[in-house]
Write a protein that binds this ligand. Structure first.
Ligand code: NDP
Length: 496
């Protein structure tokens, strides 16, 4: 076993055991920007062409296997991914920034998701047979073919596996394009995975979204794109995929509201749950709480207790056990959240900057930002209407529940939402009024949604659904194989 810090990591192209040469670019540690953690290949359209050909060849091997056979191979692959997870988690913290428990969750999700879909794989072959007076129709699933998975930098391993595992179980070879900001732990995970499966079934094409990503989504040999990232990039992916009428599923951004009703018990549990949901990964999770609406009866009590809890947060290097959150992942993200907070201050809101640095001496070396709580701002301010993706949250009071639901829905996004109350029935009823793919009562974090529940966004938060058989259907073609000998009952005049 080796430590992530002892090794120079490179995210190379992984495809059918072949070697590809490309220029490389550095991956910087966001907690120590002078430290290069490794490099990644800058793949372009020539490499994309070759990798797609490898995936097409692999489709002829992987697709015809039975679901049960694919399931057996995926179980064995999960065994391999369970080895040496600690070093990949440490590597992930060094390139991504988040604290170690989060990186362990991210890396540990890979074998867990693979195992889940290994179990699902035999069901892919189940056919629905419809018999009626006119004959029989068999409805079956077919693999789509080479499937591109494009991944963001916040939870790169888990989010990749959430798309890749069902795609593989459904019989599709996969080509992954990691984010330029966190390609190392993911590529290492996929290199291991690829080594356990037939050549070309799992491929990795590191590089920039505008080059490798754009070349993949518009490639005629690609039949499906599973994209996770920002809404603007999602639009570009749709435009690129339009060229070959390639099927696209999108998991995009969110601006998740949480509604705290005055029937909620504003106790330690609630405050800590909401704190966790806002500040996990320094606020850089698609379904973190991004806006808080608190009913007037508990507003003051909530804001006081919440500020105190947020003041306990310690910001520092994710490898430092004293840190409770890490830095932002990259300079662009730090600049974007800083600008949003400055505009909010300029508009007269109260911004309470809380928490403390784990190490004052290292502060200027990383993309660090202390957590903040923002009050006294109108519902139409930018911090409320935009996805901040950083360690800050606006808290807006409301009187009538109808107003809270109206404000919660007054957004282009619709990923997730939550309602907090001791009166569960009322909270569930309020949840029915919210336009989001997932609505939780009294929780709102990783684990609130699991494989038994569809996950995905409404409106500009996405297209399609993940988890369970829903994810299998996103990357399968449905065929109706029909034998209806008596055509006399079909519409139109009889054939003479
Ligand atoms: P981006 O959209 O910038 O990047 C996501 C991925 O897309 C990266 O690999 C990027 O490559 C690639 N990409 C960018 N442009 C294109 C293009 N034109 N064609 C093909 N690929 C492209 O998102 P971030 O990485 O900044 O992640 C943050 C965003 O992702 C937030 O909005 C967040 O809400 C959302 N997200 C959504 C999730 C969900 O499940 N709904 C989960 C996690 C994040 P590169 O970076 O290398 O240039």
């Amino acid at each position: 076993m080796h430590s992530a810090a002892d090794t120079t990591w490179t995210a190379q192209v992984v495809s059918a055991g072949r070697k590809y040469t490309a220029e490389t670019a550095p991956v910087v540690n966001p907690a120590r920007t002078g430290e290069i953690v490794g490099t990644y290949a800058l793949a372009g359209s020539r490499i994309v062409d070759e990798v797609v050909r490898n995936a097409q060849a692999a489709a002829a091997v992987w697709g015809p296997l039975s679901g049960a056979e694919r399931g057996r191979l995926l179980h064995a692959a999960a065994d391999t991914l369970e080895q040496d997870m600690a070093s990949r988690a440490e590597l992930l913290t060094r390139e991504q920034g988040k604290v170690l428990w989060e990186s362990r969750l991210d890396v540990g999700g890979a074998p867990a998701l693979l195992r889940y879909y290994a179990g699902v794989a035999p069901a892919v072959d189940e056919e629905t047979v419809v018999r009626d007076a006119r004959g029989t129709t068999v409805i079956r699933r077919l693999p789509m073919g080479p499937t591109v998975v494009i991944v963001p930098w916040n939870y790169p391993v888990y989010l990749c596996m959430m798309a890749l595992a069902p795609a593989l179980a459904a019989g599709n070879p996969v080509i992954v394009k990691p984010s330029e900001f966190a390609p190392l732990a993911l590529t290492e995970t996929l290199r291991l995975l690829a080594s356990t499966l037939p050549d070309g079934v799992v491929n990795v094409v590191p590089g920039l979204g505008s080059e490798a990503g754009a070349a993949l989504v518009s490639h005629p040999g690609v039949r499906k794109v599973l994209f996770t990232g920002g809404t603007e990039s999602g639009r570009a992916v749709l435009r690129g995929a339009a060229r070959n009428i390639t099927s696209v599923s999108l998991e995009l951004g969110g601006n998740d509201p949480a509604i705290v009703l005055d029937t909620a018990a504003v106790d330690d549990r609630l405050i800590r749950e909401i704190r966790r949901s806002v500040y996990t990964c320094a606020g850089q999770v698609c379904f973190n709480i991004k806006r808080l609406y608190v009913q007037r009866g508990v507003y003051d009590e909530f804001v006081d207790a919440f500020r105190q809890a947020v003041d306990e947060i310690v910001v520092g290097d994710g490898l430092d056990p004293a840190s409770t959150i890490g830095p932002l992942n990259n300079e662009r993200q730090l600049a974007s959240v800083t600008a949003l907070l400055e505009a909010t201050r300029g508009a007269g809101a109260r911004v309470d900057v809380l928490g403390r640095a784990a190490d004052d001496a290292d502060w200027d070396q990383g993309y660090f930002m202390l957590p903040s709580v923002v009050t006294g701002l109108p519902h139409d301010s930018a911090l409320v209407s935009r996805e901040q993706f950083g360690p800050t949250v606006p808290v807006v009071p409301f009187d009538d529940v109808e107003d809270a639901v109206r404000m919660a829905n007054d957004t282009e996004y619709g990923l997730a939402a939550s309602v907090w109350s001791e009166d569960t029935e009322h909270a569930l009823a309020v949840g029915r009024g919210i336009a989001a793919g997932s609505v939780f009562v009294n929780s709102h974090r990783v684990g609130s949604s699991d494989m038994t529940m569809p996950f995905g966004g409404m409106k500009h938060s996405g297209l399609g659904r993940n988890h369970g058989m829903w994810a299998i259907d996103e990357c399968s073609e449905l065929q109706a194989l029909s034998h209806r000998p008596d055509t006399s009952a079909f519409p139109g005049p009889p054939v003479r």
